[in-house]
Design a protein around this ligand. Structure first.
Ligand SMILES: Cc1ncc(COP(=O)(O)O)c(C=O)c1O
Length: 464
C-alpha cells in the first residue's frame, strides 16, 4: 500500500493539528483503515515538507486522541477499536479545532498555565520532599497547604484563620462536601431560581428538598429569601453572588448585606460559590467576609488557574470546619497532596495571581468581541468572566434558537438548563467565550449566533 499522505489544503491552525484532523477524517471515512501502519514520522515530514518535530507532535496528539497506538519496535498503527472509526472519542471538554463550535461550556482559556505547571512539576520531581507528598498526610504536612489556601482566599477578598480552611478537590467537591456534612435527608436547600444545575442533582442524591429563590435584573431578591424563611425552614442557601451562574449579575453590596442579615436571623447557612469571583474586578466584599459566621465560602483554582489541578478551598465558620474536614475525609480521604503542592507553589510565587489576570484580560477582550458582533442592543452591558447571558428578542423560544444554532454548527446553552423549576425557564441563551481556544472559531460562532438573532423568530407564527 502506498504511504499515507494527508491532504492539508483548506485547513487552518497549527500544522501538526492539521495533520491530526486530516488523519481523523481519513480514519472516519475509511481511507485509513484500522490496523494501517503509518509511515515513520521523519518520512511523513519529508513527504509533507515540514519539520520532523511537526509530524512527531502530530503523532503524539493522535495517540492522545486515541486515533493511533504505538507498538514498541513495530511502529505506529491506526487503532483497531471504535476509536479508529472516529466515534470513540468520548464527549470531552477538549478544545477542538474542527467540527461544531462550542459556546456552551464555561471553562477557562486553555493553555495559559501549562508552562508554569510544567516548571513546578519538574521542581517537585527533583526535590527531596517528593516522598512525603506521596504519602498520607499528617496535620503538620497540611499546614503549608492551608497557608496557601489562606493566600488564595485573601486574593478572593476573604480573610481566614488557618483552622477555618478545608482543601477540597475543586469547587464541585467542596459543595458536595458541605451538603454531605451539614444537611440531612429531607432538609430544605434553597438556590437562586436560575442556578448551577449540578446542585439539583446533588440535592436529589442526598434526598434534600429544594426551593427556588426568585431573581430580578439585579440578581437574587432578598425579600424572596426572607419569604422562604418565613414559610418554610430552609437549612442552607446556595448562591453565586459574583458573576452569577448563569446570568452574570454581581449582587450589590446592599443585597449582600440584607441576605447575610436574613440568614443570620433565621439560622440559615449560606453556601457562597465564588469559583468565578477571581475573574471579576471591583466587586463588593464576598458574603463570607461580611458574615463569616453564617457563610461557607467555596473557592477554586479551576477558572483562574487550571481546572485539571482539581484544587479548591472551603472557608468555614470556626464551628463548622471540623465537620467539613470529616466530610472530605469520608469522600476522598484527603485532597491529593501532589496537586495541592503544585497549587501552593503557583499561589505563593504569584503565578496564580498572574494567570488570573491573564484570564481576566482575555475574557474582557472576548466579551468586547461578543458586543461588537452581536450588537449593543443584544448585549448592552459587558460583564467580566467567560459567559454572556442573552435574553432573546420577543417571539424567540430558546429551544428553537439553540436548535437553529446547532443546525448551523454552533452549540449554545438554553436558559431552561439552569432553571430550578421548568416553569420559570427564561427565553434566554448562555454563550461562553473561552471554550473555543481559537479566536477565529469564536468569531465565526458569534457571527452565526448573530445571524440567527437577526432572523425573524422561527416558528413564532405557530405560537399562540
Ligand atoms: C458555578 C460553578 N460552581 C462550581 C463549579 C465547579 O468548579 P470546579 O472545577 O472547581 O469543581 C463550576 C464549574 O463549571 C461552576 O460553573
Amino acid at each position: 500500500m502506498a504511504i499515507w499522505i494527508p491532504d492539508l489544503s483548506n485547513r487552518d491552525g497549527p500544522k501538526y493539528l492539521r495533520i491530526v484532523e486530516a488523519m481523523a477524517e481519513d480514519i472516519a471515512t475509511g481511507c485509513l483503515p484500522a490496523g494501517t501502519r503509518l509511515p515513520p514520522h521523519r518520512e511523513l515530514a519529508y513527504q509533507l515538507d515540514v519539520s520532523p518535530n511537526t509530524t512527531s507532535r502530530a503523532y503524539a496528539e493522535a495517540v492522545k486522541r486515541a486515533l493511533l497506538k504505538g507498538e514498541v519496535g513495530r511502529g505506529t498503527f491506526v487503532r483497531s477499536t471504535d476509536a479508529a472509526s472516529g466515534q470513540a472519542e468520548p464527549e470531552t471538554l477538549r478544545r477542538r479545532e474542527s467540527g461544531p463550535i462550542d459556546l456552551s461550556r464555561n471553562l477557562p482559556m486553555p493553555g495559559l498555565s501549562e508552562q508554569h505547571v510544567r516548571r513546578v512539576l519538574s521542581e517537585i520531581a527533583n526535590e527531596t520532599s517528593l516522598p512525603s507528598l506521596l504519602d498520607y498526610q499528617t496535620d503538620a504536612d497540611l499546614v503549608h497547604h492551608l497557608a496557601a489556601g489562606q493566600t488564595w482566599l485573601a486574593h478572593c477578598g476573604v480573610s481566614s484563620e488557618l483552622e477555618c480552611i478545608v482543601p477540597v478537590v475543586g469547587g464541585q467537591h467542596g459543595i458536595m462536601s458541605v451538603l454531605m456534612a451539614l444537611l440531612q435527608p429531607g432538609d430544605l436547600l434553597l438556590a437562586e431560581a436560575l442556578t448551577y444545575t449540578p446542585i439539583l442533582t446533588m440535592a436529589a442524591r442526598l434526598d434534600l428538598q429544594t426551593g427556588a429563590v426568585a431573581m430580578d435584573d439585579d440578581g437574587v431578591v432578598p425579600e424572596a429569601f426572607e419569604a422562604w424563611c418565613r414559610e418554610a425552614n430552609p437549612k442552607a442557601f446556595y448562591l453565586t453572588p459574583t458573576l452569577q451562574a448563569p446570568t452574570t449579575v454581581t449582587l450589590s453590596k446592599e443585597r449582600r448585606a440584607r441576605i447575610a442579615e436574613i440568614a443570620a436571623q433565621n439560622g440559615v447557612i449560606l453556601i457562597e460559590d465564588d469559583v468565578f469571583g477571581p475573574l471579576k474586578s471591583n466587586k463588593p466584599a464576598p458574603l463570607a467576609q461580611i458574615a463569616p459566621e453564617t457563610t461557607i465560602y467555596v473557592a477554586s483554582l479551576s477558572k483562574a488557574v487550571a481546572p485539571g489541578l482539581r484544587v479548591g478551598f472551603l472557608k468555614a465558620p470556626t464551628k463548622l470546619a471540623s465537620a467539613l474536614h470529616q466530610s472530605v475525609n469520608l469522600s476522598v480521604w484527603m485532597t491529593p497532596p501532589l496537586t495541592l503542592e503544585v497549587a501552593r507553589r503557583l499561589i505563593e510565587d504569584g503565578t496564580a495571581g498572574e494567570l488570573t489576570a491573564q484570564q481576566q484580560r482575555i475574557a474582557k477582550h472576548r466579551q468586547n468581541l461578543v458586543q461588537s458582533i452581536l450588537g449593543i442592543e443584544a448585549v448592552p452591558n459587558l460583564s467580566d468572566g467567560f459567559h454572556v447571558w442573552l435574553p432573546l428578542p420577543e417571539g424567540w423560544r430558546a429551544d428553537v434558537f439553540s436548535s437553529e444554532c446547532a443546525r448551523l454548527g454552533v452549540h449554545v446553552s438554553e436558559g431552561r438548563s439552569f432553571a430550578m423549576n421548568a416553569s420559570d425557564a427564561p427565553e434566554a441563551i448562555r454563550l461562553c467565550v473561552s471554550h473555543e481556544a481559537n479566536e477565529e472559531r469564536l468569531k465565526r460562532g458569534l457571527e452565526i449566533a448573530a445571524g440567527v438573532l437577526r432572523q425573524k423568530p422561527i416558528g413564532s407564527s405557530m405560537k399562540i
